[in-house]
Design a protein around this ligand. Structure first.
Ligand SMILES: Nc1ncnc2c1ncn2[C@@H]1O[C@H](COP(=O)(O)OS(=O)(=O)O)[C@@H](OP(=O)(O)O)[C@H]1O
Ligand SMILES: Nc1ncnc2c1ncn2[C@@H]1O[C@H](COP(=O)(O)OP(=O)(O)O)[C@@H](O)[C@H]1O
Length: 502
């Protein structure tokens, strides 16, 4: 790395390849020097040594494989004179030149390759560029002595801040906060929001250094932890504060497991739980409680979260009542889906707080899904269309109410996914009125026809209904009036913060 620029003709003639996301994540770390002493993807001899004894071939300790795979059709064209491959990001922009030194088959049509990488292209232009310093730059700016590393996967609230301050004081260490800045955090926060929230806590950690690191998590927790320790070491960390995630040093920095702190109401300090009498003790909020507070539109309490951090998180996570929602009712024909959906829609329209789109069964089958029948494929198509339209309505902060039978779990899950990806909520209501009751109601005489064999593949008679295991509300309308059933749903929406109380 860092040697003379590659000749124009090499760049022009070299084949290009877009690595898979985990490979790109490794590439980003290789290019900044965070995987020092590695300068590229490992070749066969190094991989073999890592597997056998946890070192590179030359004996340097290295904990886990760092590999790249290329299509065999690409590697087949490499030879002694042409051995450069241009690695690009998913948009096709060149990121690095790989000088291939080693090629071997790993699966039919797939080659493993080893070789050094060097940055090409005009570098990255992502948010918080000024915090994306290389390990060498960071190490050069650190004071002498111990460095306490903190991997801030989540925003820092008062309990974490107290743990960090305590550990830093005990060790007389400088604090280095590393924020993974290339992928959403475990609680779904966009990386730039996480960086802003960590910076907002900065005045509680005077003198601390904050860096944005292209860290991403892998399927394998141990591998992730070992690599993270390596990266921390490259940035100059001597002691790594465990933040609840699996933390293993693998011979790198020493890992400190801090004691769990609680809030002491007597003097407003955070200290070890056992040092606080139970009556004066307040436990730290768990991530799910933090999410829930924000989603209901409440500010995070000041005893727990510095107001500047709470402000950033509040801005990034609008309350549910300001977000779109898909209310999805599923159940047998005649269970009461449309009737209840209409009553809920009327009530919400009366209150005027939300724009409501009711995707009613008959209307959908006439307009959106005209021509579709009731075979599995057509039902799937019907649900996919309903789910798509509902997600678009909710993307623009509307409330979409849908009430198809939707007999298949996969179709319902697809609708949920589309809503969530549109930044909206999804509430699944299983209208679980038993078949006998639906059949007794038989408003349109459909069940009678189905029983008589005149309407084959009727849901509940001779066609399946997969009962939901993931319903947010289960509603049996047997002994209820329509008003009572609608009220149950409205109360659920109010309780969970999607709708404001009248
Ligand atoms: N074979 C069969 N199976 C189930 N339902 C049938 C069938 N044929 C017609 N109908 C009438 O169509 C209405 C259900 O349509 P959906 O769009 O909700 O069905 S699905 O979600 O695509 O499975 C539903 O009408 P409503 O009861 O008015 O909702 C059914 O009576
Ligand atoms: N509590 C209740 N909620 C909804 N519908 C009810 C209730 N009690 C009786 N019903 C009757 O049950 C029938 C339900 O039909 P419908 O709403 O079209 O069902 P679906 O849309 O599930 O096919 C209607 O005739 C409705 O008047």
């Amino acid at each position: 790395m860092g040697n003379a620029p590659l000749p124009e003709n090499v760049l022009r003639d070299a084949p290009t390849h877009t690595p898979r996301p985990p490979e790109l994540a490794d590439l980003a770390l290789l290019l900044t020097g965070a995987y020092a002493p590695l300068t590229g993807f490992l070749g066969r001899a190094d991989l073999d040594a890592v597997a056998r004894r946890g070192t590179l071939a030359d004996g340097t300790p290295w904990p886990v494989p760092v590999t790249l795979e290329l299509p065999a059709t690409l590697t087949a064209h490499l030879d002694d004179t042409r051995r450069t491959v241009i690695l690009t990001d998913p948009e096709g922009a060149p990121v690095a030149a790989l000088a291939v030194t080693d090629v071997w088959p790993v699966a039919p049509g797939v080659s493993g390759v080893g070789g050094t990488v060097r940055r090409i292209g005009d570098g990255d232009h992502r948010p918080f560029h000024r915090l994306r310093r290389t390990p060498a730059q960071v190490r050069a700016a650190l004071p002498l002595g111990r460095v306490l590393g903190v991997l801030a996967d989540r925003p820092l609230h008062r309990p974490q801040l107290a743990q960090i301050s305590h550990a830093a004081r005990t060790l007389s260490a400088h604090v280095l906060v590393m924020v993974p800045a290339d992928e959403p955090g475990p609680d779904g926060l966009a990386p730039e929001v996480l960086v802003r929230a960590v910076l907002a806590a900065g005045d509680r950690l005077p003198g601390a250094t904050v860096v944005a690191v292209p860290l991403s998590r892998r399927g394998d927790e141990i591998r992730t932890a070992l690599l993270r320790a390596k990266v921390a070491e490259a940035y100059g960390v001597t002691h790594l504060l465990s933040t609840g995630e699996a933390m293993i040093s693998g011979g790198g920095p020493r890992v400190l497991v801090p004691r769990e702190l609680a809030y002491d109401k007597r003097d407003g300090q955070w200290r070890s739980q056992e040092d606080i009498p139970p009556g004066a003790r307040r436990q730290a909020l768990r991530p799910a409680e933090i999410d829930d507070t924000l989603e209901r539109g409440f500010p995070l309490p000041e005893w727990h979260t510095p107001p500047a951090v709470a402000r950033e998180l509040g801005r990034a996570r609008p309350a549910r009542r300001h977000r779109g929602l898909v209310l999805f009712l599923t159940g047998l024909s005649g269970s009461g889906k449309s009737t209840v959906a209409r009553a809920v829609a009327d009530s919400l329209r009366e209150s005027g707080q939300r724009t409501v789109t009711l995707l009613d069964g008959d209307v959908v089958r006439r307009e959106l899904s005209a021509g579709l029948g009731f075979g599995k494929e057509d039902r799937d198509t019907n649900i996919r269309r309903i789910g798509w339209v509902a997600a678009e309505v909710a993307r623009h902060r509307g409330l979409a109410i849908c009430c198809p039978i939707a007999p298949y779990a996969a179709g319902r899950a697809g609708a949920r996914r589309m809503a969530v990806e549109a930044g909206a909520g999804f509430v699944l209501v299983w209208v679980a009125t038993p078949l006998e009751v639906c059949e007794r109601r038989d408003r349109k005489g459909m069940y009678a026809r189905a029983r008589a064999g005149q309407l084959p593949h009727f849901t509940g008679i001779d066609d399946p209904y997969e009962e939901p295991g993931d319903a947010d509300v289960v509603l049996d309308t047997t002994g209820l009036t329509v008003d009572e059933a609608a009220q149950t749903l409205l109360e659920h929406l109010i309780e969970t913060g999607w709708v404001e109380p009248a």
